[in-house]
Design a protein around this ligand. Structure first.
Ligand code: CIS
Length: 209
């Protein structure tokens, strides 16, 4: 059983209202994945994602009934924070977390689709760069973009990354990728629903850090 499939995201309901408790349980397993990547370079990224999750969880724990779904959190915070919203509270934390989740989604899709740099087939920089360009780059100023370029050199090679996805066990590449495809079904539906919610509620911001 792979690390990813140990922590499948639940299917989302037809109305696309995402259960906060189930979502928090699923994303809480993601940060520990960074420890399998074998470089301290990823520590600030792990801390950022952990911070997002902690912030959303604190809001949920303050009133689990009122904040049963992610949609309810955004709606409630819109009236609580007034003109500061959406750059406030769990709405801001989820705005950034969803970008990290989109990054992971695109990276895994690219690997599962077999996209490779023919000149460097053992590396996954081409897959990571695609994910970064589509999910994060436009929200980063030049300093953070430089940090990304540095992090790229610490990225594991393809086989080590797939091994990390498989709890550091030796698993045939095709077996691992078929589990990745299975993981992506609910994961992608969840990320898409969160993006749609931000779009529908006019809660997306495009400032750079
Ligand atoms: C001259 C020396 C200069 C040194 C400068 C050092 C700077 C160090 C900067 C480290 C950047 C670490 C990444 C964090 C970036 C955050 O600034 C950014 C914005 O954060 C948000 C918070 O989350 O800011 C808000 C305020 O504007 C809030 O504070 C919010 O927190 S809240 O609301 O909860 O309080 N955050 C992001 O950009 C999100 C980054 C997510 C990255 C996900 C990556 C998933 C990776 C999966 C593993 C796959 C392995 C692949 C190997 C390599 C991947 C490369 C990493 C890509 C990301 C690079 C980001 C630089």
């Amino acid at each position: 059983m792979t690390l990813l499939l140990d922590n499948q995201f639940p299917p989302i309901p037809e109305n696309k209202e995402i259960d906060t408790k189930g979502f928090l349980e699923s994303v809480s397993h993601l940060p520990s994945f960074f420890d399998c990547l074998g470089s301290k370079v990823f520590a600030p990224i792990k801390a950022d994602i952990n911070g997002n999750i902690t912030k959303i969880k604190a809001v949920y724990d303050s009133d689990p009934v009122k904040f049963e779904t992610l949609q309810q959190i955004l709606l409630a915070e819109k009236s609580i924070h007034g003109s500061e919203w959406p750059k406030a509270g769990a709405t801001l934390a989820l705005m950034w977390l969803k970008r990290g989740l989109r990054f992971i989604q695109i990276l895994l899709e690219s690997l599962a689709d077999g996209e490779r740099d023919d000149n460097n087939p053992i590396l996954i920089r081409i897959n990571i760069t695609k994910a970064y360009d589509q999910a994060l780059k436009s929200y980063h100023g030049w300093i953070v973009q430089k940090v990304f370029k540095a992090a790229l050199f610490a990225a594991p090679c393809r086989s080590d990354f797939l091994k990390a996805l498989s709890k550091n066990q030796e698993v045939a590449e095709e077996d691992c990728l078929s589990k990745v495809r299975q993981f992506l079904i609910n994961f992608t539906a969840t990320v898409d629903a969160i993006y749609e919610m931000y779009y529908t509620m006019n809660a997306e911001l495009d400032y750079q850090v």
